[in-house]
Design a binder for this molecule. Structure first.
Ligand SMILES: N[C@@H](CCC[C@H](N)C(=O)O)C(=O)O
Length: 261
């Protein structure tokens, strides 16, 4: 069987995308998906997404981490699948799709340099504020810790310690380190399911921006990740009820290919 795929990246968080509206790829073929994400034996990616049909929506986004297992929501992946749907002609400037955490809206903003996608994220209400951390679910679970600066900070080693500690080892968590800088925030992320530091994490920068709003009285942030800049804005209904959350940034087509399975 021949399977067409596209490679996309959103601020360096990279994904394999497959149009699965014909249902050719079994959603539980986890070992196949893991192999496609492998950087040495496959195409390579932090994750893979299947674009599928869904009644009442433009499409369904099915997201897998690079370990081949179905993950929770991926913010950068959500932006990339919208750019993919736009290129396939499934949507025009606006999209309404369903993902593992529920319904999402998105808007395409085109410029001469790149396609930018604004993605509406789920509302956030359950925010744990610890002595030196924040823990919240922005579609995926995120542990957020503030650090004084990122110079010489080892995100992989420190993130892995939290991800595998007694509290999180079974379910896992994504771990973000945030420093407050003149221009906004700098965020680095260790991702569950990739089990490594990635260049950027969309749900992670959303969690970081919400956490930062407890320290700085703002509702919009520019966030520097290893792979580029993302923007987050939201509305605080109450101190711990956050709604109308939008994540914006580039969603870039890298290349297309065909697999023979
Ligand atoms: N890269 C993602 C987050 C993906 C979800 C995650 N690794 C998990 O299943 O925990 C993003 O951009 O949000």
């Amino acid at each position: 069987m021949k399977v067409k795929f596209s490679k996309y990246q959103g601020t360096g968080n990279d994904f394999v995308l497959i149009d699965n509206r014909n249902g050719n790829i079994a959603p539980d073929n986890f070992s196949f998906i893991e192999k496609l994400c492998d950087r040495r034996f496959g195409i390579g990616g932090d994750g893979l997404m299947l674009l599928e049909n869904e009644d009442g929506f433009d499409f369904r986004m099915r997201y897998y981490n690079s370990d081949g297992k179905e993950g929770s929501m991926c913010g950068n992946g959500g932006r990339c699948i919208v750019a993919f749907a736009y290129r396939l002609g499934i949507i025009s400037e606006k999209a309404r799709f369903i993902a593992v955490d529920g319904e999402h809206e998105a808007k395409i903003i085109t410029s001469e340099e790149a396609i930018q996608v604004s993605l509406k994220m789920i509302d956030v209400s359950d925010i744990e504020i610890g002595e030196d951390f924040y823990y919240l679910n922005t579609g995926s679970p995120h542990f957020v810790q503030f650090i004084s600066d990122h110079e010489n900070f080892d995100t992989y080693t420190e993130g892995k310690k939290v991800r595998y500690n007694n509290r999180f080892s079974e379910q896992g968590t994504n771990v973000n380190f945030v420093s407050i800088e003149d221009q906004g925030l700098r965020v680095s992320t260790y991702e569950r399911g990739v089990e490594d530091e990635t260049y950027s994490c969309g749900t992670g920068v959303v969690a970081s921006a919400i956490s930062a709003s407890f320290k700085i009285n703002r509702n919009n942030f520019k966030i520097q990740t290893k792979g580029g800049v993302l923007e987050v804005h939201f509305q605080k209904i109450t101190e711990k009820q956050i709604e109308n959350i939008w994540l914006t940034g580039p969603a870039t087509h890298v290349f297309d290919g065909t697999l023979t399975t």
